[in-house]
Design a protein around this ligand. Structure first.
Ligand code: G3P
Length: 218
């Protein structure tokens, strides 16, 4: 499973990249706003800076919600850097835009997926990734992981190339569960990724090894 980090924070992206396990970055307008990035030129500059830190795919979201606007913005984003994947919302014009981008060889990430039907539609339009938001489904007492399972079955039935990018991952167990189910990618916060490191027996075992080594090397 590929690991993407879901942030526009350059420090956190660097930290994940330095760990050697980062496969890409996802952003959205809320995450850009959180970092105080505004204005077209600054936004484009920030995407470029992200691409220079990571080796993998960087999802950059269009703001327009009409077909022509999404095409214009998406083409500019794709031209910015070869690592950019154009993030398009799951709306009617978005599906048309994904088909257009796919025919032109521009990679896409269909975002705001909350049902398997939406994922199927995005795959048929040729999306590179679909992003089911599992945490937001959990928030409304609906099983987000179950959606990943349902999409996995559908994509496997028809051998769709579209990758399942489990998004809105909130904690470490989400990552493990996504890997068990067979999500192709997960995107989440750095804290959830670092949570995979933790086990008290690792800490106590290491402390014991070091203590024994110190005793016999006095
Ligand atoms: O990748 C989608 C993500 O940014 C949404 O996460 O935590 O706002 O639901 P969250």
């Amino acid at each position: 499973m590929k690991f993407f980090i879901d942030t526009a924070n350059l420090q956190q992206i660097k930290e994940a990249q330095d760990l050697g396990i980062l496969d890409g970055v996802t952003t959205n307008p809320s995450l850009m706003a959180k970092e105080g990035i505004s204005g077209y030129d600054n936004v484009m500059k920030h995407y470029k800076a992200i691409c220079e830190i990571v080796d993998g795919d960087v999802s950059a979201e269009v703001i327009a919600t009409d077909y022509d606007g999404m095409i214009k913005e998406g083409e500019a984003l794709a031209d910015l850097h070869e690592q950019i994947v154009v993030k398009v919302p799951m709306i009617k014009d978005g599906v048309k835009a994904i088909k257009y981008f796919s025919d032109k060889g521009i990679r896409t990430n269909c975002t705001l997926i909350f049902s398997s039907g939406q994922a199927l539609l995005a795959a048929k339009a040729g999306a590179t990734y679909v992003s089911p938001f599992i945490g937001r489904l959990d928030d409304i007492s609906t099983d987000g992981l179950r959606l990943i399972e349902d999409i996995r079955i559908i994509f496997d039935n028809y051998a769709y190339d579209t990758q399942i990018l489990a998004a809105s991952v909130r904690h470490t167990m989400h990552i493990i569960n996504c890997a068990e189910i067979g999500a192709n990618v997960m995107t989440g916060p750095l804290s959830a990724i670092l949570g995979l490191l933790k086990h008290p027996l690792t800490d106590s075992g290491l402390a014991q090894f070091l203590a024994d080594h110190a005793k016999s090397n006095k």
